[in-house]
Write a protein that binds this ligand. Structure first.
Ligand code: ADP
Ligand code: MG
Length: 238
């Protein structure tokens, strides 16, 4: 009975999200259609301006659809033994380009002792990009984003730290809810996607934030026994 209830609850959550997503997608699509019509009617000199708006709205619709699909496909994913640092090195040019445009800086601190981990590299890349982009979106010019890895007793921690305004305690509780956003152009799906990715990795994600100082998201990858043996990591004393 317990299992059935969970399944029903899950279905109803997916239903609610589908309803929300349809609503969210309709608005940018309507804007796109309206401006396309105007582009047809107006002179070519004004096309540049409309084109930019069309592209922005299309990007927005795209990111909603992508995040939603990634979230809705909540099924076991293929895990492989990966170097977390390779993933960070691969994605940092993307974050760096973004930071450059915003006049912000990025620092990466990698703990050499971090072993390989059982991961889905695509998902972890998406997770780090989401956290990094959130940090940058929260910070003013001159803000600093820090990506840091550290070996802790029973796993590996990844910290994504920003020098933004911080998050009020009342909001911290709602961050991981689908569609919770404080941004005019936000989808509110980024962090709920991060949470579901970490659930699939049997890991954890949490937030520490101080108003006026900044925010740190901590992502934790627990060692598993099989992996520890393979990588020669000594067992942790209980
Ligand atoms: P979105 O970025 O589309 O708003 P997210 O799920 O990624 O959706 O984030 C949800 C909300 O959490 C954001 O709208 C913002 O209010 C808050 N948030 C997330 N990361 C940070 C951060 N680093 N600093 C301040 N607020 C944040
Ligand atoms: Mg986001």
């Amino acid at each position: 009975f317990r299992k059935e209830l969970n399944h029903v609850e899950r279905l109803s959550l997916v239903g609610q999200m589908a309803a929300g997503i349809t609503h969210e997608i309709r608005n940018p699509m309507a804007v796109v259609r309206g401006f396309l019509q105007l582009m047809r009617e107006k002179s070519p000199s004004s096309l540049d301006h409309y084109y930019r708006i069309v592209m922005e709205e299309l990007d927005r619709a795209n990111s909603i659809i992508n995040d939603f699909l990634a979230l809705a496909q909540n099924r076991p994913v293929q895990m492989e033994l990966c170097d977390l640092h390779d993933i960070i090195r691969e994605l940092s040019p993307l974050l760096w380009a973004d930071a450059n445009l915003r006049g912000q800086s990025i620092e990466v601190k990698l703990d050499e002792a971090v072993p390989r981990l059982m991961l889905n590299p695509k998902e972890i890349k998406q997770l780090i990009l989401n956290l990094g982009r959130n940090g940058m979106e929260a910070m003013p010019e001159k803000g600093q984003l820090v990506l840091e890895t550290r070996c802790v007793a029973d796993g590996v921690a990844l910290y994504v730290r920003d020098t933004g305004p911080g998050i009020p305690p009342a909001q911290q509780e709602r961050l991981f809810e689908p569609f919770f956003t404080t941004k005019a152009q936000g989808t509110g799906l980024g962090l709920s996607l991060c949470l579901s990715i970490m659930e699939r990795h049997s890991g954890k994600i949490s937030v520490q934030s101080e108003e006026g100082k900044g925010t740190t998201f901590t992502v934790f990858f627990p060692f598993n026994e099989h992996l520890q043996r393979q990588e020669g990591i000594p067992a942790v004393a209980e």
